[in-house]
Each structure stands twice: as C-alpha cells, then as structure tokens.
Write a protein that binds this ligand. Sequence first.
Ligand SMILES: Cc1cc2nc3c(=O)[nH]c(=O)nc-3n(C[C@H](O)[C@H](O)[C@H](O)COP(=O)(O)OP(=O)(O)OC[C@H]3O[C@@H](n4cnc5c(N)ncnc54)[C@H](O)[C@@H]3O)c2cc1C
Length: 410
Amino acid sequence: MLQTTVIIVGAGPAGSVLAGLLAQRGVETLLLDKATFPREKICGDYLSPGTVRLLDQLNLLDLVCSAGVRRLWGMTIISPDGTTLTAEFPAITGTNGAPPFALSIPRAILDSLLLKWARSFGVRCIEGFRVTDLIWKNGRICGVTGIGQAGPETYQGRIVVGADGRESVVARRLNLHQPHPRLRRMALVAYYVGARCNVPLRDHGLICIGDRSYCILNPIGERLTNASIVVDQGIVQGWKGQLDELFNSALLAFPLALSALRGTGRHGTVRCLGPLAFRSIRSAKAGALLIGDAAGFYDPFTGEGVGHALYSAKLAAHAIASALAECDGGLTETHLHRFDDEQRRILISRRRLGAALQAIIRRPGAANAVTRLLRRRQPLANLLLGVIGDLLPPRTLFSAHTLMGILHPR
Ligand SMILES: Cc1cc2nc3c(=O)[nH]c(=O)nc-3n(C[C@H](O)[C@H](O)[C@H](O)COP(=O)(O)OP(=O)(O)OC[C@H]3O[C@@H](n4cnc5c(N)ncnc54)[C@H](O)[C@@H]3O)c2cc1C
C-alpha cells in the first residue's frame, strides 16, 4: 500500500493543474486516472477569454499556445429567425487596450500538455487506474481503492481530491452527486475536416440557436472544425444506435451551420453525452474536496468548464497548502467550509448566468428579440460576450452605464 500526502483522482485539467501547483509548493502528490493519455474528451475544444487569462496567471499560456492553437476574437450568433449578430470580446482594464481572445485546441492535446506540465514538477501519475471506492477512517477519507493494470490496489493519503469529472466516483461515494431536476439536455459532438468550413467562420466561433436546441461550430487549426449540438434528451431517445443519422437530422435545423460545413467531410464518429446538468450538494466533505466538473456542471453553452476546472484547482491548491502549513492532519472543518463557500459562490453565479441564457435560448421568440436588440446595440453585445466569456462579472450587465446603453443606444 503506497502512502502519499495528496491523492488526486482524475488527470483532466482540474486534476493536473492542482497536482502541478501542489508539487511546485513541495507537496507530495499522486494523480490517478482511468484513461491513458492522450485521451479524448467530449468537448467544444474552446477556451474562453477568461480561461486564457487564467492560463496566463498560472504561467501556462505560452505552453498551451506552443501547441498550435487558434485564436478567436469573438462569436457570430444566428437566432432562430436568421438574424445575425457578430460580437467581439471587449478589451478590459489592465490589458492596456489589447483585445482579449479565446483559443481553440483539441482536448486530447490540451489535457496531455497539462499532465506533462504537472509531471515536470515531479508529480507521479498512474494512468489506467480506475478508482472504485474510498477508504474511511474515523469518519474521514484517508485513501482510495481501485483497479490498475497490475490488478487491485490501495493508496493512502492525508487528503483526497475528486477531480474525476462528471461521473465522479468520489462525489458519488460521498453521496454528493445530484442530477438536475428539470434540465435534461444531451450533447452530440462531431469533427469536420476540410478548409472550406473555416472560411465563413474566419476567427470567430459560430453559435446557431434553434428551437429548444443549439449548435456551435468552433474552428480549430486551418482544416478542422468542432461541431457540437445540444438537444433535449427526449430527441435522442428515439435514435438509439443511430448517432450519425441523429446528428445529420439535428444539423438540418441550422442551415447556416450546414452551409459552413458543406464540402467538408466528417472525421471520426459522432459522440453523445448527457444528461448534461448536475450538481454536487457540497464540494467538501469528510476531509475530501471536489474540483472541476466533479463539483457540478450546468450547460456547455458558455464554454467555461475548463476555466472553472482551472479556477477550482487554484482554490484547492491554496486550501491544501494552508492546511498543511497549519497542521499535520489535513483539511480541518474550517478549511473545508472555506473552500466549499468560495467554490459555491462561483458555481452559483455560473449557474444563474447559465439559467438566464437558457431562459432566452429555449424560447425562439425571446432569442430572436434579444439578438435583434443586441444588433442595434453593438457595445452591449460585446459586453455580454465578455460576461459569457468570463472576462467581466455578471453584475456589469446591471450597471447604470449598461442600462443607459440599452435605453439610449449611441
Ligand atoms: C458537450 C460538451 C462541450 C463542452 N465544451 C466546452 C468548451 O468548449 N470549453 C470549455 O471550457 N468547457 C467545455 N465543456 C466542459 C468541459 O469539458 C469540462 O468542464 C472540463 O473537462 C472539466 O475538467 P475536469 O478536469 O473537471 O474533468 P475531466 O476533463 O472530465 O477529467 C476527469 C478525468 O477523470 C478521470 N476519471 C474519471 N473517473 C475516474 C475514476 N473512477 N478513476 C480514475 N480516473 C477517473 C477521467 O478519465 C478524466 O481524465 C464541455 C462539456 C460538454 C459536455
């Protein structure tokens, strides 16, 4: 049985970044992942400008950019009645007027890079190890059990962190995982190859809003495009085993996306995931922490899941490092509460923004009206994109200056 200080289950962006940050502070860390890297992850492959800023703060931006990423400067949004709105990410204070940008990068590349970065600080990662259960001692988690390439194994640690994504076994064993009671959406994701699809997209993502569904095209590199469609769960149920046909049929609802993809070929298979929304009742319990998706997920529309994964890794690194500096036993109730409160504050604000956007995009009439309004008020459209892209806090939208802009467009 191996003993270490911190065990992190899951080597996605949340787990790898936490492991790297702890190793930089001299904390012995063991990462465990059921996959072997590089591994695929169903995702839109988009890093919001807020995520880019966070990568920069973590000194990871140059590394990520070295992988041949594509910069995106804004989004083109098509409402159900075909109204087109193009918005740019707004420059924010402290950037000397430099326009912020988003990035697109396949997750197989991003996640491998982050893991390699963590390993460069001495983090040990065991790939192909599936955690199946937690070990308890005196009401606290003190390790994990699972199955690796050499068979069953147990690892003991003073602190255990669940960074194991949306199916988090750590959250489930702690009885914290809770599906969303109403929002039951599914995602279908496919890749298209061919230069043509990148031409109409240029350096913007394309968001097409349909009737209770939406489609996002994210140009990656010069020839590859990620196409993600989100639909209600009921639609997927009638198409069991026919994902290609379902994707083709769902794409018909978005003529502009269809025309952007015309003349290109599908690369690989269509992948499906959902229901998408769930939450963890708390993100800290019995001496263990949950970070990234393991702590909850709402909807991919805002494209800030990786940003949240990085932010919660930063938060957890701070909580763990302070706990270890203060006492030998691990995270006290005070540390757990502080971490939970801070992460909850972020998750609630994301969920509120997500719910407000869902309330608009699920009603074609509302989506048309809002797109038309924003077309007439370009600065407001850019501001909204800044909030969705996690560059600006949601309260910016309710400032007196913004409200005046809605009433009296320049
Ligand atoms: C359709 C869709 C599109 C999205 N598009 C975007 C986007 O464009 N931009 C964006 O920022 N976010 C997007 N997201 C969200 C984003 O993918 C997640 O928020 C992000 O991956 C969370 O990172 P993570 O490290 O918490 O989890 P993950 O990336 O899921 O990593 C979890 C890791 O844990 C491992 N693991 C799981 N269970 C176990 C176990 N029992 N034992 C050992 N290892 C285990 C897995 O193998 C995996 O490597 C999207 C999500 C969906 C569903």
